[in-house]
Design a binder for this molecule. Sequence first.
Ligand SMILES: NC(=O)c1ccc[n+]([C@@H]2O[C@H](COP(=O)([O-])OP(=O)(O)OC[C@H]3O[C@@H](n4cnc5c(N)ncnc54)[C@H](OP(=O)(O)O)[C@@H]3O)[C@@H](O)[C@H]2O)c1
Length: 239
Amino acid sequence: MAKNVMITGTGRSYALGYNMVLRYLENGDNVIATVRKESDELEKLKSVYGEKLLVVTMDIGSTESVNSAMEMVQKHFDHIDILINNAVTVSEDCDKEFFDTNLDYIAHTVDVTGVGPLRVIKAFYPLLIQGHNMSLVINITSEAGSISKCYRTNLIDYGMAKAALNMGTMNLVNVFKDDERINIFCVHPGWIRTDGKPDNQAPLSAYDAAEILRKLFDEKRYDKTGPRFITNEGEEYPF
Ligand SMILES: NC(=O)c1ccc[n+]([C@@H]2O[C@H](COP(=O)([O-])OP(=O)(O)OC[C@H]3O[C@@H](n4cnc5c(N)ncnc54)[C@H](OP(=O)(O)O)[C@@H]3O)[C@@H](O)[C@H]2O)c1
């Protein structure tokens, strides 16, 4: 049966969110694709998939925007089977070393990348518990958010934001522990060519990565007891 799948941060055709939208549509599912601003690429997909694709504007840094998006979505869908929190932001100093970084940029990155997915889960919870089957929430995190495996001296805002997201995920694992209506993971999606640049050395295209993840999420949907921070191969990754 077709699933209702919601994915955040989907407006760029070379990036992961858009390619997950495409993979789920190709699989026959219904997709709610959220964007911060209008996307011509998604509009083109809409002309192919029609009612199967709902494009919704949502800024995950704004509780008001997330709540308005929820109002819009519930006019079209009575439940959500899978929510994929994919959207991310980093500051312009992300690649810089500690002493060159403006530390005042970090809070915004943490607010959007770390807290944003929790805003979305909180607002959309009523739709996530309405399906016939257990729903699945995936927070797309990164190995860069692992505290125990940290080796970098840059990516400070990104690493802190993903570590915050990982902690938020574990908090929700506890919140949903006895709730058979909802399941949650954080997933490192692999190293993927998501910047649209031809010299990107990452091994996975966004299109291939999206299909690996789609299949993984199907496998893990009802697993409430295995590791909560996993790779795109389903292996445990240390927090
Ligand atoms: N690429 C990799 O190798 C890799 C590795 C590990 C983890 N990841 C994770 O995989 C996910 C996808 O990565 P990506 O490189 O494809 O990301 P991306 O190209 O940067 O795309 C992320 C999307 O998030 C949106 N966004 C930014 N701020 C937002 C906000 N306030 N509200 C709503 N949406 C917002 C952006 O919208 P606009 O288009 O409007 O800017 C963009 O479309 C991310 O969570 C990333 O951390 C990627």
